[in-house]
Design a protein around this ligand. Structure first.
Ligand code: NAD
Length: 255
């Protein structure tokens, strides 16, 4: 039986550890027949080590999404391995420590600016950097943490995710005429490096399972990865500017 990504070429950012949502996305994408290429930050060596655990060998390119030089060179480097792309996965988030963990009222603009640049603006800059490789349309998928709410400890990542969600809608607006779909998966909490860097994030994760209609497993990034793969496939052909929750249903529950 052929997979739902058979014949598709996909660039995946954000593989750092085995706990990364992007690692499971990459694994599932290969299992579903895609040819993939990874980008790595801060060091390709870390990502290369983790990538050895994928079903098939994969090329890893270095990419800091806040570096205009890196972005300017990325399409050419990808082309050496994959001549075109059908999909891009943006699985990137970062905020400095003083923008997280209860410091919201005292965070300086410089730290907020970094969070916005790396976590939100980069969805646009990454997509535009790779646009020359997407001449026949395609799918751009990112990851958010529901920005409708003011979560404990999440602080300036909240406004950064709100900006990411809005950026996704504008990308959908501007890229629809090129047959490029832009969507986000809104994932529940997962115990990745990014989550562990948020002081007290574990407390939030504990309460999740008590409230979500479906049982939620903090240690399982696969459901989010499956959502990303579904959006990369041809099974959401007329969906763009959308946010699909993979959160055990908690977003639908009032109290
Ligand atoms: P992770 O730590 O495994 O991944 C975060 C990635 O961001 C890392 O691979 C890191 O290299 C990358 N990154 C940071 N700064 C970068 C830069 N300047 N240039 C390029 N890449 C950079 O954690 P994760 O949980 O897999 O996070 C992936 C995405 O999922 C993020 O957008 C995150 O906000 C989102 N998300 C996570 C959770 C959660 O609870 N873990 C929930 C919802 C959404």
């Amino acid at each position: 039986m052929s997979g739902i990504l058979e014949g598709k070429r996909i660039l995946i950012t954000g593989v750092l550890m085995e706990s990364s949502i992007a690692f499971h996305t990459a694994r599932l994408a290969q299992e579903q027949g895609a040819e993939i290429i990874l980008t790595a930050f801060p060091r390709p060596s870390l990502t290369e080590r983790i990538a050895k655990k994928l079903p098939k060998p994969v090329k890893v390119l270095s990419l800091d999404v806040s570096s205009p030089e890196d972005l300017a060179g990325i399409a050419e480097q990808v082309r050496e391995t994959l001549p075109t792309l059908d999909g891009i996965v943006h699985s990137i988030g970062f905020a400095p420590q003083d923008a997280l963990g209860g410091n919201f009222l005292d965070t300086p603009w410089e730290s907020v600016a970094t969070a916005m640049h790396v976590s939100a603006y980069s969805l646009k800059s990454l997509t535009m950097a790779l646009l020359p490789l997407m001449q026949d349309g395609g799918s751009v998928v990112g990851l958010t943490f529901d920005a409708q709410y003011a979560w404990p400890q999440y602080d300036w990542m909240g406004p950064a995710k709100a900006a990411l969600e809005s950026t996704n809608r504008y990308l959908a607006r501007y890229l629809g005429e090129r047959d490029i779909r832009c969507n986000l998966i809104s994932a529940g909490p997962i115990g990745s490096m990014a989550a562990k860097s948020i002081p007290g994030f574990g407390d939030l994760a504990d309460t999740w399972n008590q409230r979500s209609p479906l049982k939620w497993d903090l240690s399982d990034p696969e459901p989010a990865g499956r959502g990303v793969v579904a959006l990369l496939s041809d099974w959401f052909p007329k969906t763009t500017g959308e946010i699909i929750h993979v959160d055990g249903g908690l977003h639908a529950i009032g109290a």
